[in-house]
Design a protein around this ligand. Structure first.
Ligand code: PLP
Length: 480
């Protein structure tokens, strides 16, 4: 493909993308294909000689689209949302064209410096403590990871190295392996599976702790676990608190957990993968009270801040704790805006060496929506979830199980968990909507996210009508 062909094909692709997103309501939200469908539509081996763009492009509708789950359909109410926006797509096009691997300042100065700038901008927008800012004279700063799972892994590795160092100072005869065997990390039983996975990858023990009646991890639960584990000879070293849990969008109590972690010298990390975006609106920040006590904080702009996957923002109170955990020779770096020297080498904060320029799309989004545009977007989505809650409350066959928190509604048919699962299967099998479930007190309930960026009030009413219709038929079938 030469430059002229690229220009022509590029225009065609941009038109296709805009048409796809603008008309996404007309597509069936989940595909009807069976496993293995795609292999049957393509040759067994890659073509020996290059094919024409027209032929490749035609196969998008023939081969790909039949198997796509349309995350940006207003009928998609599953999981947590995945963001997309035109400015972010444009940012990624440019980043893909530059395609430089910004693992150090030298390898891509613009990518590295832009990342420090957008991380500071985001920190300001969320109202995070200033010790997380590069512009603050201290060891803190931020880095863009690919996912919240990677952010948890990086922080647990930093905390583990610190705990080993500190324990060795007290017990010089203990080996790293002996200390590692004693290390124990905590998270709530409602935490995302990536918390447990991070402990597995870091080769340390993880312990899920019970939550209160609002699905929140409280200080008393943590304090009791620390006491028990210390008595058993273990070394508590890390707590992962969740702001906005996956099942119910619950918030762990950072004030209580922070006080304990400071007193007990434990690393406190906050996973705000979904809910973090909402903190750009001051009215939701009460849920992050206590954030001044945390050692690291992470959220995914790629979930709810109109930045396309992948983009997960991680801030550290002391950046050197991770860079030194992954590279003992790594100098303690501080970006120095005055001298232009000592920018971070972001390779020290991830598994891979190479890294794409994710800050480009963040920069485009922040500039083109502005803080107010993004706040309006979040508030609209929260409003849609509240609207859905009111609809549920008007139908006495259903009940809300948890008050709407941000964009998530947890509700159920007034029937057994098993009946709720069967109703959900029926709705999902209809392909008219896509929902997922959560467990609450041992019973399956529905999770409904307001979700996709184009969802409006009419869509919410439409989705609720589908749920009601399916429930009517389901209940009729049950009573026959
Ligand atoms: N943490 C929470 C609270 C989540 O809800 C999710 C995913 O939905 C994750 C972590 C995992 O996110 P990622 O795919 O960025 O690793």
């Amino acid at each position: 493909m030469d430059a002229d062909e690229f220009r022509r094909a590029g225009r065609e692709m941009i038109d296709y993308v805009a048409d796809y997103l603008e008309n996404i309501r007309d597509r069936q939200v989940t595909p009807s294909v069976q496993q293995g469908y795609l292999r049957k539509l393509v040759p067994e081996k890659a073509p020996q000689t290059g094919e024409a763009w027209e032929d490749v492009f035609a196969d998008v509708e023939r081969v790909i689209m039949p198997g796509v789950t349309h995350w940006h359909s207003p009928r998609f109410h599953s999981y947590f949302p995945s963001a997309t926006s035109y400015p972010a797509i444009l940012g990624d096009i440019l980043s893909d064209a530059i395609s430089g691997l910004g693992f150090s300042w030298t390898s891509n100065p613009a990518s590295t410096e832009l990342e420090t700038v957008v991380m500071d901008w985001l920190a300001h927008m969320l109202g995070l403590p200033e010790h997380f800012l590069f512009s603050f004279k201290g060891p803190g700063g931020g880095v863009i990871e690919g996912s919240a799972s990677e952010a948890s892994l990086m922080t647990i590795l930093g905390a583990k190295a610190k705990a080993i160092r500190e324990t060795k100072a007290k017990h010089p005869d203990w080996t790293d392996g002996q200390i590692t065997d004693k290390l124990i990390a905590y998270y709530s039983e409602q935490a995302h599976s990536s918390a447990q996975r991070a402990t597995t990858l870091a080769h340390v023990t993880g312990r899920g702790l019970p939550t209160d009646e609002e699905q929140s991890l409280r200080g008393s639960s943590l304090a009791q676990a620390i006491e028990e584990d210390r008595a058993a000879g273990l070394i508590p070293f890390y707590v992962l608190a969740t702001s906005g849990t996956t099942p119910h969008c619950a918030f762990d109590n950072l004030t209580e957990l922070g006080a304990i972690c400071q007193a007990e010298e434990l690393w406190l990390h906050v996973d705000a993968a979904y809910a973090g975006s909402a903190f750009i609106c001051p009215e939701f920040r009460h849920w992050m009270a206590g954030v001044e006590c945390v050692d690291s904080f992470n959220f995914n702009p790629h979930k709810w801040l109109l930045v396309n996957f992948d983009c997960s923002a991680l801030w550290l109170k002391d950046m050197s704790l991770i860079s030194q955990a992954l590279d003992y020779n790594c100098p303690i770096i501080r970006p120095n805006p005055d001298s232009g020297e000592a920018m971070p080498d972001f390779r020290h904060y991830q598994v891979a060496l190479g890294r794409r320029c994710r800050s480009m799309k963040v920069w485009f989004v922040l500039r083109m929506y502005g803080v107010e545009g993004l706040q309006k977007y979040i508030r609209t989505q929260v409003g849609l979830a509240k609207e859905f809650e009111k609809l549920v409350q008007l139908d006495d066959r259903f009940e809300m199980m948890v008050p709407v928190r941000l964009g998530l509604a947890c509700f159920r048919l007034k029937a057994s968990g098993e009946a709720n699962m069967r109703l959900m299967k029926r709705i999902n099998d209809s392909k008219r909507l896509f929902l997922t479930h959560a467990m609450l007190n041992g019973q399956a309930i529905f999770r409904f996210t307001a979700g996709a960026s184009r969802t409006n009030s009419a869509d919410i009413h439409h989705s609720w009508k589908i749920i009601q219709e399916e429930a009517t038929d389901f209940l009729k079938g049950e009573s026959d």
